[in-house]
Design a protein around this ligand. Sequence first.
Ligand code: ATP
Length: 269
Amino acid sequence: MLTVERNRPMASSISPIKDNSIYTVRNFNLWYGADHALNDICMDIPTNKVTAIIGPSGCGKSTYIKALNRMVELVPSVKMTGSIDYNGQNIFNPKFKVEELRTSVGMVFQKPNPFPKSIYENVVYGPKIHGIKKKQILDEVVEKSLKGAALWDEVKDRLHENAFGLSGGQQQRLCIARCLAIEPDVILMDEPTSALDPISTLKVEELVQSLKKEYSIVIVTHNMQQAARISDNTAFFLNGEVIEYNKTDQIFSNPTDKRTEDYITGRFG
Ligand SMILES: Nc1ncnc2c1ncn2[C@@H]1O[C@H](COP(=O)(O)OP(=O)(O)OP(=O)(O)O)[C@@H](O)[C@H]1O
């Protein structure tokens, strides 16, 4: 189990938002070599809400969400202290099964990254890895996931065509469908619309809002309007710290920290 080092100044204390939390994060620190990228993060993720993470480039947003699914450990120089509990279990406990995170937490990246396969094969990729072979079940997964990602009507007659033939916005929704196919509880999104045109962006934003009925969503975004439009709660990160974490309305209408106000009003970042 990881322990907390106390040989450095404490960051601002952040009171967790009082909702059912799928993640409980306590005093979490992360270093890339000597670079202290996350500093004493205490930030819970509520269930069935959209949580936006905003902040200037390099403040640790991606690192934080990659810690939530233990992807960040793929970087060899990483060192961490503190705890991240997922459904009450510390994900860094040696007894914790990381495969559980792989099936419960899906991730959507900045650039759509479909596999060089058909639309159908992209969606069934995860379920097949988890041993589902029956065609009828896979067909159902494809329809349900593509409907969930608001893409079914656009692709139902071309399921066996290569995914690279889709537009960028459609490819991103396909990546969301691929994520839904593993039936996750959480979807982590790292700037999912930054490579998309305004209409595709709107479709993904509408999708995020409809998905929160069934999923807990964390979205990193540089787009203030997007965070304000689609999220329930927003965290403002700066230099690896959570400066403010509150209801989105509150953050955007009446931030308590001057640095949050300066950032959302475009004075820096
Ligand atoms: N693989 C890595 N190896 C070493 N340092 C890294 C690595 N990834 C990120 N960092 C460093 O950690 C800090 C936080 O980076 P991170 O990518 O989490 O920020 P971010 O807020 O997501 O930035 P952006 O908005 O530009 O994507 C930065 O100083 C960055 O240089």
